[in-house]
Design a protein around this ligand. Structure first.
Ligand SMILES: C[S@@+](CC[C@H](N)C(=O)[O-])C[C@H]1O[C@@H](n2cnc3c(N)ncnc32)[C@H](O)[C@@H]1O
Length: 273
């Protein structure tokens, strides 16, 4: 699938974020915000990753696909805590390199594989996965239905997929909708509700949870952690980028508190052919 300019720009921004995420200050901030320091870029916290392990029923016998896994969060953590094998997939070579290094550091490289791939291409894989996870991936790409269809092709019978996603709540007026869109993430808009997309891609939704409240709490922690590490962050990225970063967190929080954004967790099983 060809990648648009907008997608390329976003992927470049992720690359920069993965480089920076390896610095001491970014790792300290991440530990305050989400509890781990894998260089994560989603709003997934350690508590949510633990929930994913249970929802996906991961054991040492499971083969997990963590799609859009960046530098390995939460796939590496899930492998470390449950013993499952994991395939990490992301178009970011930088992210995949850091993930492979972390797997070695954590002593789990024998059960981890990394692939620089687009999520829409995974249906070419011959392997079937017992579990699939993706964290705030679908709001970072335009071809959401294609990704859900590709996931359906590589899930084993009896397997499960769980994912979080940020979206615009239905029923907003024109002005509110525009503000929700501008508050991001880049590809927050979707033509269909996720429940309908799951149905169209031959998935049966078995759970759907609104986790917007937690998203707000994580945002608050992000703002405080940035302030606590202000001096070092400014040394790393400069005062302008620091101010821009704060403005992004503030805009996120404002969008949540004004009901312009929601974050949800979906769990689905494959509909049998
Ligand atoms: C919100 S980040 C999540 C990263 C990581 N899983 C985490 O939880 O921190 C979204 C990730 O999706 C990746 N991504 C964007 N477009 C993609 C695509 N078409 N296929 C696979 N991954 C993609 C980005 O490179 C980025 O690493």
């Amino acid at each position: 699938m060809t990648i648009s300019r907008k997608e390329q720009d976003l992927l470049q921004r992720f690359d920069v974020a993965y480089e920076r995420s390896q610095t001491q200050v970014m790792r300290a901030v991440e530990r305050c915000v989400c509890g781990c320091d894998y260089g994560g870029n989603s709003w997934t916290t350690q508590r949510e990753a633990d929930e994913l392990a249970s929802i996906l029923q991961l054991t040492p016998a499971s083969l997990l696909l963590d799609l859009g896994s960046g530098s390995g969060w939460p796939g590496l953590y899930l492998s470390k805590t449950t013993g499952c094998r994991v395939s990490l997939v992301d178009p970011s070579e930088t992210g995949m390199c850091f993930a492979a290094e972390r797997a070695v550091q954590d002593g789990i490289s024998d059960r981890v594989s990394t692939m620089v791939h687009d999520a829409t291409d995974i249906d070419r894989m011959s392997v079937k996965f017992d579990a699939i996870s993706h964290s705030d991936l679908l709001c970072c790409l335009p071809h959401k239905l294609a990704v859900l269809r590709a996931c359906r092709k590589v899930i084993a019978n009896g397997g499960r997929m769980a994912f979080t996603v940020i979206s615009i709540p239905p029923g907003l007026g024109k002005v509110q909708y525009q503000r929700a869109r501008e508050s991001g993430p880049e590809f927050i808009e979707c033509e269909l509700e996720y429940a309908a997309m799951l149905e169209q891609s031959s998935w049966r939704m078995i759970d759907r949870r609104d986790i917007t409240g937690r998203h707000a709490e994580t945002c608050h922690r992000q703002i405080s952690a940035d302030q606590e590490n202000r001096e070092e962050l400014i040394r790393l990225i400069g005062p302008t980028a620091f101010a821009e970063r704060q403005a992004v967190w503030d805009k996120n929080l404002e969008a949540i508190t004004q009901g312009l954004r929601r974050r949800e967790l979906y769990v689905a099983e494959p509909l049998l052919d």
